[in-house]
Design a protein around this ligand. Sequence first.
Ligand code: SF4
Length: 467
Amino acid sequence: MTDEKIRCDACPVMCYIADGRTGACDRYANHGGDLVRLDPLTVIEGGGAMVPFLGRDWDGDILQGDRPFVTAIGAGTTYPDYKPAPFIVSQMVDDVDMITVVTEGIFSYCGVKVKIDTDRHIGEECAVVRAEGEAIGHVMTGEYGSKMLSLGGVDHLTGGSKKEGRATCDALLALCNREAVELTIDGGVTITVQAGHAPVIDGVPEHLMRVGCGSATIGMFALQWAPHVDEVIVVDDHITGVLTEHEAGKQLDMKPAGIRVTGRRSTPGRYFQVANPGTGWGGTDVTDPLTIIKKIDPKVAWPGLRLLMISTTGEQWAYFTLDDALVPQPADIPEALRVVAERIADNCEPSMCSVLFMGGAGGSLRAGVTENPVGLTRSVKEALTRVTVGGADGYVWPGGGITVMADVMDMPSNAFGYVPTPALVAPIEFTMRRSDYAALGGHMDRIRPVADVMNPAIRRVPKGRRP
Ligand code: SF4
């Protein structure tokens, strides 16, 4: 033990760290006077991004062969950015000399996009999403069968109060490291989100993602329903389907049933806004499906008419027959219809939360790769340089900069860290041919063979696994 504190220079916080202690981010420690990165460097075995992806023999699999791929997880950060990245490694791949530059980038401009497979209404579009009571993002436009959140971003990290920045950083870190985070949505639900797991909405775990909208469900199952029923109404917050009015029912020569649902008619057999959004049937607030029946036309309907009402996941259904006064009365569902209801549920995929990290690597981080930062941007745009995030293939957005997005489920565990500025620390790797690296002004004198990096202390993660 020594009495002297050492100064960590891996980020702008510049912690003084006493012997045996860690810095503010828990990533670096003073070990007998040496500054050490606590998490081991992580290498994906069984292949990596070091492939000649523009070569003729590349089949599109970036994790091919038995080559080790050095990720930036545990690599450390260099600060200020003009210092070369912590690891710049070379490896021969099919007679092509490939370079991978790895660094744990400090991202003030980053966030996550969260896709939540559920029909349930979680909150209005643009509603504020909170963690620990602080605003950390908002609800985005819904997608087909999924609700979407946009969380983090520079405004929440830096533009609000200190508490907001910290809560945002904590939530992003946990989500990116595939931990569960409880979020509340203004005017909406409380939801627990964890990458790779089903969401828990107001304490209730979600099970299934919808098979389709109400109209699509009619399109898929009309043929199986038609011989056994006179009308089917698929309850959906977006597009409720009414079988006999729908083109599918018409083409099957189904007789009009005269049952009119609430809401606004879009096209025949397709209705919008039959109820309010909610956590009931098909993402509506409906718990009793009969409440969406506006009227039953006595000139068209008939006693004994068989009516099936069902949700878009097949989890809720009710079967009725009309009595002499044309009032729906609960009845025993015929076996053939029950089988189709189960088939709808069988056709639904399991509900899942997906977390995609999104960050901007088009800033000063590039200087750790090259003396000519725009050279890296151009090389990425020209597809000469491949960008990965902890070994996960990154989608680079079109347009300016290097705005990259990657699925946290494709990365080894514990891939992310933080610094208290606050900002997220994310692994990022750039892989290219040696000749292309030289052309973009790379730090050629810092290249070392991959064999030099491999040592017993590194963490080895098998390809395809997410330990
Ligand atoms: S917060 Fe972490 S990386 Fe930044 S100076 Fe302190 S120990 Fe180093």
